[in-house]
Design a protein around this ligand. Sequence first.
Ligand code: PNS
Length: 160
Amino acid sequence: MERIAVCPGSFDPVTLGHLDIITRTSELFDRVIVLVSKNVDKNPAFSAEERVELIKEVTGDLKNVSVEAFDGLLADFVRESGACAIVKGIRAMTDFENEFQMALVNRRLYGEAETVFLVARSENMYLSSSVVRQVASFGGDISGFVPEKIADRIMKRLYK
Ligand code: PNS
């Protein structure tokens, strides 16, 4: 049976840290769906379509990875897609509390899928989409934070 993983997140925008987690997930599962999802606590800078496009651009060489956007409950998407796992990256204990809560809620809503946490690489521990947005909005160099091929596009959108 094909083992499908869902990598959900805001990806506003996708960072080198996200790409590392997606790549490692693609090595562990037969197929990976990167899911641009709605976080009700965040007001995204990039539209869902833009975020999907940016992720597609940087995952194009990962043959078992596809990218989608979904506005509803993650647990519903996971059920409908037949995925067996939700994979998230963990950077520090501060991530853990929130992720642990979401994992328990998702298990309650759909108990057939496991949440799997991959530990971020140490060089990505400080990295987040909000760091990228902040540095870019002041015209700083984001080349070490996001994949090279999308850095210009992100700068054009965020540096006014
Ligand atoms: O990158 P983020 O913002 O930490 O990702 C959080 C996200 C988008 C995965 C989470 O908010 C989510 O799963 N949203 C979809 C709606 C949902 O299922 N919420 C219940 C989870 S407790």
